[in-house]
Write a protein that binds this ligand. Structure first.
Ligand code: SF4
Length: 76
């Protein structure tokens, strides 16, 4: 799965939301998040992000960000 990290804060671009084939982006408090269970791991959004905020969860120490993305995806 892919998740959004803090580089997204204050970013005004929504290119990632527009390209996601399964609409799994959600609005967090001050940044976008990806629902980690809905993401199909296609990777299309990653190069669209001008802030380099979208990362694969296979990178080290991403567990906290996965939980953060899940929490805010299910908040509203
Ligand atoms: Fe959507 Fe694909 Fe990005 Fe997952 S990797 S959030 S499915 S565009």
């Amino acid at each position: 799965t892919y998740i959004v990290t803090d580089n997204c804060i204050a970013c005004k671009y929504t290119d990632c939301v527009e390209v996601c084939p399964v609409d799994c982006f959600y609005e967090g408090e001050n940044m976008l998040v990806i629902h980690p269970d809905e993401c199909i791991d296609c990777g299309v959004c990653e190069p669209e992000c001008p802030a380099d905020a979208i990362r694969p969860d296979t990178e080290p120490d991403m567990e906290g960000w996965v939980e953060f993305n899940r929490k805010y995806s299910e908040m509203w």
